[in-house]
Structures are given as structure tokens and as C-alpha cells.
Write a protein that binds this ligand. Structure first.
Ligand SMILES: Cc1cc2nc3c(=O)[nH]c(=O)nc-3n(C[C@H](O)[C@H](O)[C@H](O)COP(=O)(O)O)c2cc1C
Length: 384
């Protein structure tokens, strides 16, 4: 791996964060947006019935900064989906998306989600009805379910979607097995088949995006070369720094600034009567792999859950993290100076490893990172 800060090049395809129940709530989406202004963000799935009959502020409320934002709908009744799409448009969503991929029992009980892979005609009707909202309509589907042939099953759903005028087809590049696997297993056990999605993309003029098992910038770039869009699920939530990296803003200092900006957001949310813990949750993985990250995570998850917790929990955790970054930078500066004195380190300042520059940006004055174990490759940069 190259020890130097590499030149960032933009990803050519659209990048989206996948809809994830209990994860991509409004707070999470704000964090993701602040990390990367170019993302297409999806809500958690909300059933059309809930949109029509439920507490709309709780289910549909979002922050203006989240745009472009897609409301994912669950359902299989064209009339309900049309009504839900109209409501979504009134609330200011940019797009509605139909879930044709969720395998959970609850969703199967309602005969929607992944089971719709067996009913391309109904998928087409639902998507056409969703057009009543007057905003773009997209679909997120699987390659097929159970023993379906993925060539014919995916083509049938995709062709119905194209005929209904969708703006995008997002494909989770594996089947769903509707019997015997939990939803979590259905995200890992059925094998991925990216080539199948690439073939679909080659056959259609409509936007085709890919999802499933894409966990790092290299994976995103590889898929971006093959399709129109790349959708990241678990990795975006567990290591949101990836989203910042894809925007060319992945340094510690830049991620830290986003976390700091969430203090004010948390204050406003709590002042309006909201709970603190859900605001902190999407920040847990933001400093993954950095010195002090474990303590940061522990503080947020343990103290943030207390009844009496206030946004000061976040401020204090960030202060500690900043202190840790500065101490690490000091130690690394000392290490670099010693190595330099031994005649090993002669590289110019601009050639410092990325994490060295990061720690310096974060408030320290010199190279960083022996402690992280990632500094060991500072070895003979220009040994003479
Ligand atoms: C906690 C969780 C909740 C999810 N909820 C939804 C959902 O509401 N709608 C949906 O279409 N997919 C949902 N998914 C599936 C993801 O959108 C995505 O297709 C899947 O995780 C594969 O992508 P990944 O390998 O990048 O994580 C969920 C996944 C997770 C982990």
C-alpha cells in the first residue's frame, strides 16, 4: 500500500447509500450528507399503508440538507402506492423507490418486497401507479428468488420497470431465498453475481445501479466503471468515513469537523424534545481505526443512552478524541525527528504519509502515527 497521500479522483458513477431499516434514519442521513454532498440518500423502507395512515411527521420528516432524498416504499397495491407517492411528493421527496428485495417474513406476509420478483406484471403496475406522485420513480430489486432463473427473472422485472418509465433500477446482486434464511443471512449467503447486473446494464438504456458487498473505495471504483450507480449499504453505516473518502474529504480533520458540526444539530434536536442516542448512533464508526476511536465509540454508546444525557456527551467525547490525536501527532513528530537524525527520514514535508498530515491538520504540528501501527512504512523514503 502506498504510504503517501494519493491524488483523489472523482468517482464517475452516482453513489447512493442503501435504504436500511433502523439505520438510515434522518440523523444518519444528515451525517452522511455532511460527509459527502454528492450522495443519493434513501430512507428506511416505509410501507405505503403507514405513509397513508401513520404519523407522517415521524415517518416522513427530514432535514432540507438531505436532498437528493428518496423515499423507499413497501407495498403491492397500486392504489396505495400511488397515494403514498403523492404524499411523498407533497413532503418534498425527490423520488420514490419500490422495495422488491426485502425477504423478511413480515414483508412476505404482506406479499411485497422480494416476493414481487415473481410478479413482474404487478411490479410494472405498481411503478406506473407511483408515477402519479409526479416525481421520479425507481425500483430496488434482487436477481431473483429461490429457484428462479436469474436471467429471465431479472429481465422480466427490469423490462416491466422500464415500461413503467422508471428513472433507475438498483439491483442487489444476489438472489433472496425466501425459505429458511433470516433477512441478515439473505444479505450474505446467496452468492453475489455482479456480472449479471453488468449484463443488464449493457442491455438497457435506463440507469442501472449495483448493490451488495461493496465495502471500500476500490470496490466502488471498480463497479463505477461498469454501471451507472453504486449503492453502499452496511459499509456506509459501519464505516461512514468511506463516504467522505469517496468525496475526497476523508482526512481525520474533515471527518472530525463533521462530527463537531453534529453538536449543534444534536442541541437543536434535543431542544425540540428529541432523544440524543439516535443522533449519536451514526457517528459511532466515524473514526474507525484511529487512535482513541474505541473510547469515543464507548462513550457515545454508554453515556449517550442515559436518560439525562445531553449533547455535552458528544462535545466531551470529541474533546478527548482531539486530545488523543494531538498526543499521537506529538509522538509521531518525535519519532520522525529521531528517524531523521539517524539519516533515514529525508522526505520533504509534502511527501508525509496521509495519516501524518491528518494528525497535523487535526491540531498537532508534526508527523503522526507510530502508535497506530500504520506509521511503520515510513521506512527508507529516501535513504541515503
Ligand atoms: C439493517 C439493515 C436494514 C435494511 N433495510 C432495508 C430496507 O429497508 N429496504 C431495502 O431495500 N433494503 C434494506 N436492506 C438491504 C440493503 O439495502 C442492501 O441491499 C444490503 O445490505 C446489501 O448491501 P451491502 O452489502 O452494501 O450492505 C437492509 C440492510 C440492513 C443491513
Amino acid at each position: 500500500m502506498c504510504p503517501f497521500r494519493t491524488v483523489w479522483t472523482p468517482v464517475t458513477a452516482e453513489i447512493a447509500v442503501a435504504p436500511m431499516m433502523d439505520w438510515t434514519d434522518r440523523h444518519c442521513r444528515v451525517v452522511h450528507r455532511r460527509l459527502n454532498p454528492a450522495l443519493r440518500l434513501f430512507t428506511e423502507m416505509v410501507t405505503a399503508k403507514a405513509v397513508i395512515h401513520g404519523d407522517r411527521e415521524r415517518l416522513l420528516g427530514f432535514d432540507a440538507e438531505e436532498h437528493p432524498l428518496v423515499l423507499q416504499l413497501g407495498g403491492a397495491d397500486p392504489k396505495e402506492l400511488a397515494e403514498a407517492s403523492r404524499i411523498a411528493a407533497e413532503w418534498g421527496y425527490d423520488e420514490v423507490n419500490l422495495n422488491v428485495g426485502c425477504p423478511s417474513d413480515r414483508v412476505q406476509g404482506g406479499s411485497f418486497g422480494a416476493c414481487l420478483m415473481r410478479e413482474p406484471g404487478l411490479v410494472g403496475e405498481c411503478l406506473a401507479a407511483m408515477g402519479d406522485g409526479g416525481i421520479p420513480v425507481s425500483v430496488k430489486c434482487r436477481l431473483g428468488v429461490d429457484d428462479q432463473d436469474t436471467e429471465t427473472a431479472l429481465d422480466a422485472v427490469a423490462d416491466a420497470a422500464v415500461a413503467a418509465g422508471v428513472s433507475a433500477i438498483w439491483v442487489h446482486a444476489r438472489k433472496a431465498w425466501l425459505q429458511g434464511l433470516s433477512p441478515a443471512q439473505n444479505r450474505d449467503v446467496p452468492p453475489l453475481d455482479y456480472d449479471r447486473v453488468h449484463r443488464l446494464h449493457a442491455r438497457l438504456d435506463t440507469f442501472v445501479g449495483i448493490n451488495g458487498g461493496i465495502v471500500d473505495a476500490d470496490g466502488v471504483r471498480a463497479q463505477a466503471a461498469a454501471v451507472d450507480g453504486v449503492m453502499i449499504g452496511r459499509a456506509a453505516y459501519q464505516r461512514p468515513g468511506l463516504l467522505a473518502e469517496l468525496a475526497g474529504r476523508g482526512s481525520f480533520a474533515e471527518r472530525f469537523a463533521v462530527a463537531r458540526s453534529m453538536e449543534e444539530y444534536a442541541r437543536a434536536w434535543c431542544d425540540a424534545g428529541g432523544r440524543l442516542a439516535p443522533v449519536l448512533k451514526p457517528l459511532l464508526g466515524l473514526f474507525h481505526g484511529e487512535p482513541g476511536a474505541r473510547a469515543f465509540r464507548r462513550t457515545l454508546s454508554e453515556e449517550g443512552h442515559r436518560q439525562e444525557a445531553t449533547p455535552a456527551v458528544l462535545a466531551a467525547a470529541l474533546d478527548r478524541l482531539e486530545g488523543e490525536a494531538a498526543r499521537t501527532a506529538e509522538r509521531a513528530a518525535q519519532y520522525a525527528a529521531e528517524t531523521c537524525a539517524e539519516g533515514v527520514w529525508t522526505a520533504p514535508a509534502h511527501a508525509a504519509p496521509a495519516h501524518v498530515a491528518d494528525a497535523r491538520d487535526a491540531g498537532a504540528s508534526a508527523p503522526a502515527a507510530r502508535e497506530t501501527g500504520r506509521g511503520s512504512h515510513t521506512a527508507p523514503l529516501a535513504a541515503e
